[in-house]
Write a protein that binds this ligand. Structure first.
Ligand SMILES: Cc1ncc(COP(=O)(O)O)c(C=O)c1O
Length: 433
């Protein structure tokens, strides 16, 4: 730990990244050789190494002299500006601005009148689990469904129940930061498979294959993707599924944006892999973020394990909210919402084409993730701060992965007139740059 601390200080002085995949791989190879020599179990030695690497990285990160501006810092600044009377257009948010389905309101009232405000079975009320099972796939049974407090808690319970300290998980970047946060929380080591705009955000299956070792227990994917809007085609998904299968790993597929897939989308459930976990939610498609209802579908054994985590942490999702979710399933709101979101993202794209940005046209989700052209010298945080001064909040690209410092994420969760105004200011900010 003393040596790690010292190395951290030196790296900080030299402005060198804390982690180096090649060095890690070399260490892994020599540790596995040494373990073999002394007859130590390969998986166990891998776990011990991961614990040490994770601790060392944390310690080194603490030695960095100039911590970067975080999302939180930027949002705090937006709040301060608003409190001082400045109007901010919020194009950073990840929640729909429109209403939940109308019948959700009556379901909420009816829950009260019918005394539906008690603890429920940890996995959720039977009717909701049955309705979700019927919606996703005819062969899914209700005991393969767990209702969770948002997709976020589904992700957390999967990590907490299926991974142990020292295990490895592979996440495809850019990615929603919660996967890394959950891995850190349970003491698992996260390995990042980077994708690029130049490669149309397609993950390289060969690189993925090389990242797998005896400690790797899970792959996490999220399509339609936050922040890129990418939807993977079947061929590459099949390759990922077969890598998971060949190595007996869990495959967690976060599909919270599947209602916003513009040209079709095939859920992981349709690939028939027994160790896959499909996660979704009512937050995005039904605009019900604050109701906190999500769900996971997996084999019964996995669902039972996840239920133990949920039972320990929160007993069950609030019963009235589960009835609201059941009501929401009856309408066709997600379809209307998808049309609305597609129109907004088209508008953003058409404006971005005229400014200094390159981007992948979203095939789904609620965001555009553009990259500044080479003539802009600033990094994402500098651009985001400049934009804030002009009254527009967007998310810095590096919040979704360290290499993405020349990206910002623009959300379509505002009405078109506000988006237009925000994009006018964005254009002005880029001209200033
Ligand atoms: C990829 C992804 N998964 C899950 C969530 C959270 O969903 P929920 O509100 O259901 O917890 C988000 C929220 O932004 C997200 O972007």
């Amino acid at each position: 730990m003393q040596i790690s601390k010292r190395i951290g200080e030196i790296k900080s002085k030299l402005n060198v990244d804390v982690t180096d995949e090649k060095v890690e791989q070399d260490i892994r190879n020599s540790v596995s050789r040494l373990a073999k020599e002394i007859g130590m179990d390969a998986e166990f030695s891998g776990k011990l190494l991961n614990i040490m690497l994770t601790e060392s990285v944390k310690l080194q990160q603490r030695q960095q002299f100039t911590p970067r501006q975080t999302h939180l810092g930027i949002f705090m600044k937006a709040k301060q500006l608003e409190a001082a009377g400045k109007k901010i257009i919020h194009m950073e948010v990840g929640e729909p601005d429109y209403h939940p389905p109308r019948n959700v309101k009556s379901a909420l009232i009816k829950s009260y009148e019918s005394n539906h405000y008690h603890y429920t079975e940890t996995k959720g009320i039977l009717k909701l689990r049955q309705a979700i099972a019927n919606k996703v796939q005819n062969s899914t049974r209700e005991d393969q469904v767990i209702i969770t407090a948002g997709a976020r808690f589904a992700v957390f319970s999967a990590f907490a129940s299926l991974l142990r300290i020292g295990d490895e998980v592979i996440s495809i970047e850019p990615a929603w930061p919660a996967y890394k946060e959950c891995a850190d929380f349970v003491g698992a080591k996260i390995n990042l498979l980077k994708t690029t705009l130049e490669q149309q955000w397609v993950p390289n299956a060969r690189t993925l294959g090389k990242m797998i070792n005896t400690s790797t227990k899970m792959i996490v994917m999220n399509y339609p993707n936050n922040p890129t809007g990418k939807v993977l085609d079947e061929k590459i998904t099949e390759k990922i599924v077969s890598l998971a299968k060949d190595n007996n790993m869990y495959l967690l597929s976060d599909e919270v944006y599947s209602d916003y897939a513009f040209n079709g989308f095939k859920s992981i459930l349709e690939y028939g892999y027994d160790k896959s976990i499909m996660i979704s939610s009512f937050s995005k498609g039904h605009a019900m973020t604050g109701f906190r209802v999500g769900y996971a579908i997996a084999n019964k054994d996995i669902v039972d394990k996840m239920a133990k985590v949920q039972a320990t942490a929160l007993t069950s999702v609030a019963e009235p909210m589960q009835h609201c979710a059941l009501a929401a399933l009856k309408g066709n709101d997600p379809y209307q919402n998808k049309k609305k979101m597609k129109k907004r993202l088209d508008l953003i794209c058409s404006r971005l084409r005229k400014i200094s940005f390159r981007f992948f046209e979203p095939q789904g989700a609620m965001y555009v993730y553009p990259k500044f052209k080479n003539d802009i010298e600033d990094d994402d945080v500098a651009v985001v701060e400049r934009l804030l001064d002009l009254g527009v909040a967007v998310a810095p690209g590096s919040g979704f992965g360290d290499p993405y410092r020349r990206f910002i994420r623009i959300s379509g969760c505002q009405p078109e007139d506000l988006l237009e105004e925000g994009l006018d200011r964005l254009e002005a900010a880029m001209l200033l740059g």
